[in-house]
Design a protein around this ligand. Sequence first.
Ligand code: NDP
Length: 282
Amino acid sequence: MTLIDGKLVSSVIKDRVQAEVAVLKDKTGKVPGLAVVLVGEDPASAVYVKNKNKTCEKVGFQSLSHNLPADTDEATLLKLVGDLNSDDSVHGILVQLPLPKQIDSQRVLEAIDPRKDVDGFHPVNVGHLASGVKTLAPCTPAGIIEMLDHYKIDIEGKRAVIIGRSNIVGKPMAMLLLQRNATITICHSRTKDLPAVAREADIVVGAIGKPRFVTADFVKDGAVVIDVGINRVDGKLVGDVDFDNVAEKCSFITPVPGGVGPMTIAMLMQNTLTAFKSIHNL
Ligand code: NDP
């Protein structure tokens, strides 16, 4: 069994981004700018935003934080998004989810200029992804593809079972694996006999949000298991995969923490660089 080291792969990506930013800065005098918008004081979101800012600095981006109070209304947030859309120094806009109840998240996500939509959640980018057109893809599933490639894990022709159908992870994961010629099955809470479906997979992706949900019974010998879950149990981070019992059956497996998690921020940097290059025709 090989442990997939997300920290290692994410640092390879961040180093690659940093090197390219240095070259582009010499050539154009410009650097990519990422604006991160946080509404309210959700502690987990605040940690993510802090890490994003730190990573931006490391790779040579300009990082702009906008922290708005929890009672911000939708019109104020939409106005800020509009201003960021027309700001030439901003190439990526990320509105940290979840947003407070008084704000319609979908309306806000749709207000972001699709060229600056580094989360890949705008319907234009979702549509491009579904049509197989090169686009800004959601960071977590895009990071999983990078990890599979780094470890030279074959995707083409493989059976992939994705457990979870969210717009953030499950669905875009399915589209990216399909683009790479896997045969995909998407499972969810109404799937019948889920363990039997999952056991057919060469690649299992668990994105459920339930600690240790994917047990050894879900996994055939030699499968590749990717654990997207981040759950806090008794103050400890655990994934959606029952790692201790599943690992011995796998050819490759991601740990939690240190697997998929670090890839998400690395891919955010990659997407911001891609947006910068496409906006400036580089
Ligand atoms: P959502 O809650 O949006 O989606 C969960 C999915 O799991 C749904 O499709 C749901 O099915 C399915 N599900 C729930 N219970 C069951 C069940 N008993 N059997 C089968 N399917 C079930 O979660 P996200 O996709 O946003 O996140 C999933 C996990 O990944 C979370 O732990 C989250 O914290 C983590 N995450 C990690 C990231 C990272 O950077 N590593 C980034 C994003 C998320 P249905 O649609 O039928 O309700």
